[in-house]
Design a protein around this ligand. Structure first.
Ligand SMILES: [Fe+2]
Length: 438
């Protein structure tokens, strides 16, 4: 009989020691901190036939477009696929097979079925929520987790992780008050839960509570700055609060420090860096060529990944345009066109959102505001289709506002600012700043 984890789920092929290491890694996975991969390597060394240790290794590595991480993730998946597994574990392995093929929809569906049968499988909940994130599926970000709640209670290990996922799902679905409550409760249970930290930051971003946001990010007893592989993104959120307050010098200080001081070439770090510089650029802030160049250089190094993720490609194009490399931007667009013939979810993401968006960004940089406005208006209401969060996709609206203003389409510009003021009533001062930038 295989031994069981804290939630009563059998772990095929695990010793007690390996199961304990996997349990620790799973908690770190939920809170996006520490070194879960190191713990899993120990677990595999102890119990090479422990299928879920290979699965979690693959889940950690297969999100993103970095070639090295991808290759290691595929290797972990292949190891898992050769091992004995029960029905639940087989579901995880089948979901990985779909992820490897770029079929996030199918992976998310398989994991959905796993958690319908095993709602206490927090590993499947999180891997599934990441698929919902990649697909921009705000309803499933919320409902995948909501369905499992009756099987959970405060005293169970990883309940904080489940609440953190719920908080992010509620936020993306627009239920801000409940999202904040769930996120705060998750942090009470597990102060180091950086995904819950992040979910509450999203609430404050969407509600334009910038001072609340800074207080939340800078409060004592938080570990997200020091012990999280997700810290760049949370610093990016912190920078957005400063940006909303007009504190651009502080934004640049954060960019040069915790956001891009280390010039990470991880895809999620690069895209945050590019997005932040572009936001500053739209506001008329002079960021200097050196900052753009560092981001663009790293995109250049990972150019083999162009065409694999419409969401990442859009940010690569911003980096190249910002750095003054229009040929490199064109190269990304060509890679997107070539990738449209492929399989999985990405080709339709490119067709529906990614390609018109990169063409729109390029036109904007060239001063062709008529084309930029056409492309950005085409995608803005369906942009969720290519993944990411509302906060990340706000860049599309901000660029469209700037294009309307710079292109002399005053009526459209005014309409966009008015709709924004209605949707974000607390964002006093935004309108004037965006107007000034024009
Ligand atoms: Fe975020």
């Amino acid at each position: 009989m295989p031994i069981k984890d804290h939630a009563g789920l059998p772990l095929t092929g695990a010793s007690y020691k390996a199961a304990d290491l996997y349990g620790q890694a799973l908690t770190l996975y939920h809170s996006m901190r520490g070194d879960p991969l190191g713990l899993l390597a120990e677990a595999v060394a102890d119990s090479p036939g422990f299928v879920m240790a290979h699965v979690l290794t693959a889940d950690l590595l297969l999100v993103g477009t970095n070639p090295e991480a991808q290759a290691m993730g595929v290797a972990a998946f292949r190891s898992a696929a050769t091992l004995p597994a029960d029905t639940r574990e087989t579901g995880h392995v089948q979901a990985l097979a779909c992820m490897v093929e770029g079929d996030f929809s199918a992976a998310g569906r398989i994991l959905e079925d796993v958690t319908i049968e095993h709602p206490r499988d927090s590993h499947a909940l999180q891997a599934g929520q990441l698929m919902d994130f990649c697909l921009g599926d705000s309803r499933m970000l919320r409902d995948r987790i909501a369905r499992a709640l009756p099987a959970w209670s405060d005293d169970m290990p990883n309940y904080s992780g489940v609440l953190g996922m719920l908080a992010f799902g509620l936020e993306e679905a627009g239920f801000y008050a409940r999202a904040e409550a769930a996120g705060r409760r998750a942090i009470e249970l597990e102060p180091g839960n950086t995904w819950a930290q992040h979910a509450v930051a999203h609430v404050m971003e969407m509600e334009d509570r910038r001072r609340d946001g800074l207080a939340w990010m800078m409060r004592e007893s938080t570990g997200w700055q020091t012990d999280s592989y997700f810290s760049v993104h949370n610093w990016w959120h912190t920078a957005l609060f400063h940006l909303g307050l007009g504190e651009t010098a502080e934004v640049l200080r954060l960019f040069d420090g915790p956001i891009y001081g280390a010039a990470s070439d991880m895809s999620f770090d690069m895209l945050d860096a590019a997005a932040l510089l572009w936001r500053l650029h739209l506001l008329g802030v002079e960021v200097g060529g050196e900052r753009w160049r560092r981001v663009a250089d790293n995109y250049e190094k990972t150019s083999a990944a162009f065409g694999q993720s419409a969401f990442c490609d859009a940010h690569a194009v911003l980096a190249f345009l910002g750095a003054g490399h229009p040929d490199a931007a064109r190269g990304v667009i060509e890679a997107q066109k070539a990738a449209m013939a492929g399989s999985g979810d990405n080709p339709s993401m490119i067709r529906d959102v990614g390609l018109p968006l990169t063409e729109g960004y390029k036109a904007f940089a060239e001063g062709d505001y008529v084309t930029a406005i056409d492309r950005l208006r085409r995608v803005r209401n369906r942009a969720a289709r290519f993944g990411g969060s509302h906060a990340q996709r706000d860049l599309i609206d901000l660029t469209l506002i700037a294009a309307a203003q710079r292109g002399g389409q005053d009526g459209l510009g005014r309409a966009l600012l008015t709709e924004r003021a209605n949707a974000r009533p607390l964002a006093r001062g935004d309108e004037a700043r965006l107007d000034r930038a024009a």
